[in-house]
Design a protein around this ligand. Structure first.
Ligand SMILES: *Cc1c(COP(=O)(O)O)cnc(C)c1O
Length: 405
C-alpha cells in the first residue's frame, strides 16, 4: 500500500468521523466495489467478504439476475406508494407466499419495521381474536435477543447498551432464558399473545438453542393459543442450510418475519408473513409504509427469491457450512473456545484468556478476509451462500494463520 493510497482510506474515514453520528465502530476499510464473495477497497486491495452485510448478501454482491431485474424496473416504474396499486407487488407477494407456505404477506422495508408489524399484528389478534382484555397483551421474548433498533424493540433487549439512555420503553414484554421451554410455559398467562424468537441467535453471538427447543416451543404455543413468531431476518432464506431455520425442528411458526437477503443486497425489503387468521386483523389505515411494496423493491425481491430457490442456496449452505465448520474445528488454536453454528452461519468463540475477538478480525482484514466480531468474543463467519469451496479454502488458510499463532 502506497502512502498516498493509505491516506485515501484515512480521508474517507475522517470524513465519516466528522460528519456522522458515532454509532458504529467499523473495521478501518473503505470499500468501493463488490462482486460475488469479493470486495475491493479504495486502495485496490481485495478482500473475501465473510460477513455479507449480516446475511443481507446471501446471493453475493451484485448478483447478475438481481441487478438485471433492478435495472429493468428502474426503466419502468419505481414508486407508487400504497395509495395506488403497482404491477410488481402482487406477483412478489404471491411468490413469497408460495415459497413460504403462508396465505398472506405484508411488505415493509427494514427488518425492524417487519418486527414492529408482527408485534402490532399479534397484539391486535390478541384483542380481536383471542379475546385479551384491552391494553393487557403480553409478548414473550428471549434473553440475548436481537430484533432491531426501534424504541419498542430495544425496550425488550437484554443488552444494557442497546437500552441505556433511550427509555421510557413500551410495556408488555416478558423475557425468558433463550432455549428454556419450561420457562416459556411458566411465563404464559391468559394475556400472552405471542412468543417472539430467533430460531438461532445471530447478533447474540451465533447461539444455537438446545436440540428440539423450537419444537417444544411450538407445542407449548399451540396448547396455550399463543402465536409463535419466528424472526428469520438473519437466519432465513438459506443462511442456516434450510430455506428457514425453523425447518430444522420440522415446525411452522404462526408469523414469519423476513428481511435482509430478501432485498438481495441491493435494496431494503422486508415482510411479515402469516395466514389470514392473523393478517386479517389489519384494516385500511391500521398500518402502513410509504415505500413498503414499491415496484422497485418488489421486482428486486422477486429476483432475490428466485436466485435463492433456483440456485438451491439452502442446500449449498448446508453442505459448505458443515464442511467449513469441520475444517475450522480442525485448526489447532490456543485461542478458540468453540466453533458453533448451522449452515454458513458460524461463530468462532474466542477464549476470554485470549482477549476479545476484535483484534482477530483486524488481523483477518490485514490478511484479506473481512469478518466482524459480535458480542465481544465471537468471530462471525457468514459469507455469501454463492461462495465456492476454493474461496472458503482461502478463508481457512487466513483463519489458520490468524488463529493458529
Ligand atoms: C438485522 C436483524 C433485524 C433488524 O433488521 P434491520 O433491517 O437492521 O432493521 C431484526 N432481527 C434480526 C434477527 C436481525 O438479524
Amino acid at each position: 500500500m502506497t502512502t498516498a493510497a493509505a491516506s485515501k482510506t484515512k480521508g474517507y474515514i475522517a470524513e465519516v468521523d466528522q460528519f456522522s453520528a458515532h454509532n458504529y465502530h467499523p473495521l478501518p476499510v473503505v470499500l468501493e466495489r463488490g462482486e460475488g464473495a469479493w470486495v475491493w477497497d479504495v486502495d485496490g486491495n481485495r478482500y473475501l467478504d465473510m460477513l455479507s452485510a449480516y446475511s443481507a448478501l446471501n446471493q453475493g454482491h451484485r448478483h447478475p439476475a438481481i441487478i438485471e431485474a433492478a435495472r429493468k424496473q428502474l426503466d419502468t416504474l419505481t414508486l407508487t406508494s400504497r395509495a395506488f396499486h403497482n404491477d410488481q407487488m402482487g406477483p412478489f407477494l404471491r411468490e413469497l407466499c408460495q415459497a413460504t407456505g403462508f396465505e398472506r404477506a405484508l411488505p415493509m422495508n427494514t427488518g425492524a419495521e417487519a418486527v414492529e408489524t408482527a408485534i402490532k399484528m399479534v397484539r391486535k389478534w390478541g384483542y380481536k381474536v383471542k379475546g385479551v382484555e384491552a391494553d393487557k397483551a403480553e409478548i414473550i421474548v428471549c434473553e440475548n435477543n436481537f430484533h432491531g433498533r426501534t424504541t419498542t424493540i430495544v425496550g425488550f433487549s437484554s443488552e444494557p447498551q442497546y437500552r441505556d439512555g433511550f427509555g421510557p420503553f413500551t410495556p408488555g414484554f416478558k423475557e425468558i432464558p433463550y432455549g428454556d421451554s419450561a420457562a416459556l410455559e411458566k411465563a404464559i398467562t391468559k394475556n400472552t399473545v405471542g412468543f417472539l424468537v430467533e430460531p438461532l441467535q445471530g447478533e447474540g453471538g451465533v447461539v444455537v438453542p438446545p436440540a428440539g427447543f423450537l419444537a417444544r416451543a411450538r407445542a407449548i404455543c399451540t396448547k396455550h393459543n399463543v402465536a409463535l413468531i419466528a424472526d428469520e431476518i438473519q437466519t432465513g432464506l438459506g443462511r442456516t442450510g434450510k430455506l428457514f431455520c425453523y425447518e430444522w425442528d420440522s415446525i411452522r411458526p404462526d408469523i414469519l418475519i423476513v428481511g435482509k437477503a430478501l432485498g438481495g443486497g441491493v435494496y431494503p425489503v422486508s415482510a411479515a408473513i402469516a395466514d389470514s387468521e392473523y393478517m386479517d386483523v389489519f384494516h385500511p389505515g391500521d398500518h402502513g409504509s410509504t415505500f413498503g411494496g414499491n415496484p422497485l423493491a418488489a421486482a428486486i425481491a422477486r429476483a432475490s427469491l428466485r436466485v435463492i430457490l433456483d440456485e438451491d442456496l439452502p442446500a449449498r449452505s448446508a453442505k459448505l457450512g458443515a464442511w467449513f465448520m469441520d475444517r475450522l474445528r480442525a485448526i489447532k488454536s490456543k485461542h478458540v473456545e468453540e466453533v458453533r453454528g448451522r449452515g454458513l452461519m458460524i461463530g468462532v468463540v474466542i477464549k476470554e484468556s485470549s482477549g476479545v475477538a476484535r483484534p482477530f478480525c483486524e488481523a483477518l482484514e490485514h490478511n484479506g478476509v473481512l469478518a466482524k466480531e459480535t458480542h465481544h468474543q465471537v468471530i462471525r463467519f457468514a459469507p455469501p451462500l454463492t461462495i465456492t469451496e476454493e474461496e472458503l479454502e482461502f478463508a481457512l488458510e487466513r483463519a489458520t494463520e490468524v488463529l493458529g499463532k
